[in-house]
Design a binder for this molecule. Structure first.
Ligand code: GPK
Length: 828
């Protein structure tokens, strides 16, 4: 039955002939496969190999099964010829692959059994794998979650990205300061990718544009100054509960043989070869700055390299089965993950005009039907801008095309709104000024049929602030799809005991594909037996405790977690000030009062962009405060503060299941969505949060009474900022800032600028204004924690109400409303 692909059945004899070659999952076959890989792939003797070698052999055996399904899926897609989604993102935070893959393939237990008979433990081998950190933070992990949902929901999709040789830097803490070390993650080989030496495309840079006449028509011809080759590396992404396996295709740069041959004849041979090698630098490094763009040439080169290779691949695939471009918009949807890949718009336009000779009107018509764009940010300052000079030298033809798009748009706009020059200037793709810039967000809005925000509030802010001019022009273009995360990674893989508990009480595992079923937990929210089991589950913080390492903590404590990139708007500073306040209060308590204190283990983790001075100071502040508190015997178990270095997907997988309380403290109106909160919520962790981003929708799903909310609302923020130095801040706030200022934790000069920022009217993120309310929410959390039944019930209700925040729901909305794609399920 494996080969019955729909109508076109393959002859029975051939089928039987082939049946035998398919991989089998019984223990003997698995053991043979693993040992074969030990011997022939890892090239170690099958009588002598260690855990690391065993992991590689295991990974290769799993990969074989992945490839099998991926081939079947490809054949199926090719036969059905559905509209495909091409998901373009410069960042994917995949983390580890092994556990996720065997779970999605449904072979976890079989492999675990086979291994144990060989004397290995699956979990131990899984620990050997390093993280794939090809992204910065939320945006990048969202791409990874969405790939999982696309595969699981059987959508015909392909992800495109870059195969950085160096992923996000490793954070090393020395004496409390962050240091960055390169993440050369490919050092030990990567069993999860397949190098496609024959899938390569030339990518052009620099040079000049000339006019040529072809069939009596004028055409532009771009004569490049440099050509680099893009090579495909395919990373199969398995769906859960389906045979469908899609692909994430990552491009690596290689020197090209097409051009630059001259130098071999005329110049120094050795120099020429060394120069060629420089091509590889294009895809070598992930830029570590979250939400900022510096207009660096290499970064622009990198983005165009990625876009050009992906577009060539997409057009090649379409042309394999089509004679002309009439059907292109019915077969192709291109999704831009933020503006980072938005050069794809100009690139498709260039190909249709200069290579396919479609003419401007037809090409433009196609562009307007195929692109959609999701923005992930709230501030107009964070919007990507490329200096015109840079674009003109690196991509001369693209600059012309962008100018032409802008000219047409401006002409149209004048007819619609008249000669409102301020507004015309704001909406132009070209920003005038000392340095002329191309505004990639404007380009994207003008050319995409849909602009999506990542939460309801985010869309509201786009409509009324960031993109207001455009919203008034084209209200129909603006939508939102609240972000989601995959329950496969964030419950099934990372919290197996909770997974089993949920399945037991729902009486089914179907929620792993159909998250709406989680709501069924509500029926048992007061059930004493469930409470008992759930409490055991909540106490199961062992992995987290191990992660914390050398700080002694009490298991009865509340594990209070704040993990995400370090940013002023995310207000890790508010948390630290709150901790200082707690410390100070306990110090001033008498013995009796101390008995009532709920012991806390505060955990902070996250990376600061290497050039982000204030964020780095916050990390150091966290360390000096921790040093003081953790070594104060007078405080003992009542309060501990731990900074976990090098936060990444694997650390998150340990921390999230063990957390009791998690903090999401962004100043209202600054977090476009926030996705880590969703992972905590699914795991029954309670949230202490501001009413920002997707938290507002969580309140609707789980109820205000099951969360600890605080702080100014979006509507209050402008007025509070307006007050400046006249803004009232509580005395406790002034007291804790003074403690830092006076050197209570040392380094008073170093922290001076940090204190200056939040005192005396400069407090843009309103740390002082929200402080009192923050402390109240913390006190409410303490109170609830003491009442075990209440806490357990809240926790159950959080998990039960988290269904909306599955990326399955997000992806289904995108598929139906934005991309117009249908599931295409491979027969199993
Ligand atoms: C937003 F603009 C950016 C960025 O450069 N990187 C990034 O991770 C995040 N984001 C938002 O900050 C989150 O609120 C959001 O949930 C996430 O993107 C995914 O949409």
């Amino acid at each position: 039955p494996r080969l019955e692909f729909g109508e076109e059945k393959i002859k029975a004899e051939r089928m039987f002939g082939l049946m035998d070659v398919f991989l089998k999952n019984d223990p003997l076959s698995l053991q043979k496969d693993i040992l074969d890989h030990v011997e022939f792939t890892v090239a170690k003797s099958r009588f002598n190999f260690d855990d690391f070698e065993a992991y590689h052999a295991l990974a290769h055996s799993v990969r074989d099964r992945l490839i099998e399904r991926w081939h079947d899926t490809q054949i199926h897609f090719n036969r059905k010829g559905p509209k495909r989604l091409y998901f373009l993102s410069l960042e994917f935070l995949m983390g580890r692959s092994l556990s996720n893959t065997v779970i999605n393939l449904g072979v976890r237990d079989q492999f675990a059994d086979a291994l144990s008979q060989l004397g290995f433990e699956f979990e131990v081998l899984a620990e050997q794998e390093g993280d794939a950190c090809l992204g910065n933070g939320g945006l990048a992990r969202l791409s990874a979650c969405q790939m999982d949902s696309l595969a699981t929901l059987d959508y015909p999709a392909i992800g495109y990205g870059l195969r950085y040789q160096y992923g996000l830097f490793r954070q090393v803490i020395l004496d409390g300061f962050q240091h960055e070390q390169p993440d050369y993650w490919l050092n030990f080989g990567n069993p999860w990718e397949i190098e496609r030496v024959h899938i390569t495309y030339p990518v052009k840079f620099y040079g000049t544009v000339t006019d040529e006449v072809l069939n009596k028509e004028k055409h532009k011809v771009w004569v490049p100054g440099e050509v680099v080759e893009a090579v495909a590396y395919d990373n199969p992404i398995p769906g859960y509960g389906t045979r469908n396996t899609i692909v994430l295709r990552l491009w690596a740069a290689k020197p090209s043989d097409q051009h630059n041959m001259e130098s071999y004849n005329t110049g120094d041979y050795v120099d020429a070869v060394v120069n060629r090698q420089r091509a590889e630098s294009i895809s070598s490094i992930l830029y570590p700055d979250d939400r900022s763009y510096q207009g660096k040439e290499l970064q622009l080169k990198q983005r165009y390299f990625f876009v050009s290779a992906s577009v060539q691949d997409i057009i090649r695939r379409f042309k394999d089965t089509h004679k002309n471009f009439n059907e292109f918009p019915e077969k192709v949807a291109l999704q831009l993950n933020d503006t980072h890949p938005s050069l794809a718009i100009a690139e498709v336009m260039r190909v249709l005009l200069d290579e396919e000779h479609l003419g401007w009107n037809r090409a433009w018509d196609i562009i307007c039907k195929i692109f959609s764009y999701t923005t992930h940010t709230v501030s107009s300052e964070a919007m990507e801008k490329i200096p015109v000079d840079l674009m003109g030298s690196l991509l001369p033809r693209h600059l012309q095309i962008i100018y032409d798009i802008n000219f047409n748009f401006m002409e149209k706009l004048k007819k619609m709104i008249g000669l409102d020059y301020d507004r015309l200037a704001r909406m132009s793709i070209v920003e005038e000024g000392a340095v002329k810039n191309i505004r990639m967000a404007n380009l994207s809005i003008i050319c995409c049929h849909t602009v999506n925000g990542v939460s309801r509030l985010h869309l509201e802010l786009l409509k009324t602030k960031v993109f207001r001019d455009f919203y008034e022009l084209w209200p129909h273009k603006f939508h939102y799809k609240t972000n989601g995360v995959t329950q496969r990674r964030w419950i099934v893989v990372s919290n197996p005991s909770l997974c089993a508990l949920i399945s037991k009480w729902l009486g089914t595992e179907a929620w792993i594909r159909d998250i709406d079923l989680l709501i069924g937990l509500r029926d048992h929210a007061t059930n004493a037996e469930l409470h008992q089991e759930w409490k055991m589950e909540l106490c199961n913080d062992l992995m987290l405790v191990c992660t914390i390492g050398n700080v002694q903590v009490s298991l009865n404590a509340m594990f209070d977690v704040h993990t995400k990139r370090i940013h002023e708007y995310k207000r890790q500073l508010l948390n630290i000030l709150g901790i200082i306040h707690r410390y100070d209060s306990i110090k001033n308590m008498n013995k009796n009062d101390r008995k009532k204190v709920v012991p806390r283990v505060c955990i902070i983790s996250g990376k600061a962009a290497p050039g982000y001075e204030i964020a780095k100071k916050i990390i150091k502040l966290c360390h000096v405060v921790a040093e003081k508190i953790n070594n104060d015997n007078d405080i003992g178990d009542l309060l501990k503060l731990v900074f976990i270095p090098d936060y990444n997907v694997s650390v998150a997988e340990l921390v999230i299941p063990g957390a009791d309380l998690s903090q999401h403290l962004s100043t209202a109106g600054h977090e476009a969505s926030g996705t880590s909160s969703m992972k905590f919520l699914m795991n029954g962790c309670l949230l202490l949060a501001t009413e920002d981003g997707s938290t507002i929708e969580m309140i609707e799903e789980v109820g205000r009474e099951n969360m600890f909310l605080f702080g100014a609302s979006v509507n209050d923020v402008p007025a509070l900022r307006e007050k400046g130095p006249a803004l009232k801040v509580p005395l406790q706030f002034l007291r804790v800032v003074r403690m830092i200022r006076d050197g209570h934790f040392g380094l008073k000069d170093y922290f001076k600028s940090l204190c200056d920022k939040i005192e005396t009217g400069n407090d843009y993120f309103l740390v002082g204004a929200d402080f009192a309310s923050y402390l109240e929410a913390q006190a409410a959390a303490d109170k609830a924690f003491v009442d075990e039944d209440r806490w357990t019930q809240m926790s159950i209700l959080c998990a039960a109400g988290s269904g909306k925040f599955s990326s399955d729901r997000t992806i289904q909305e995108y598929a139906e409303k934005t991309w117009g794609i249908q599931p295409c399920r491979c027969p199993s």
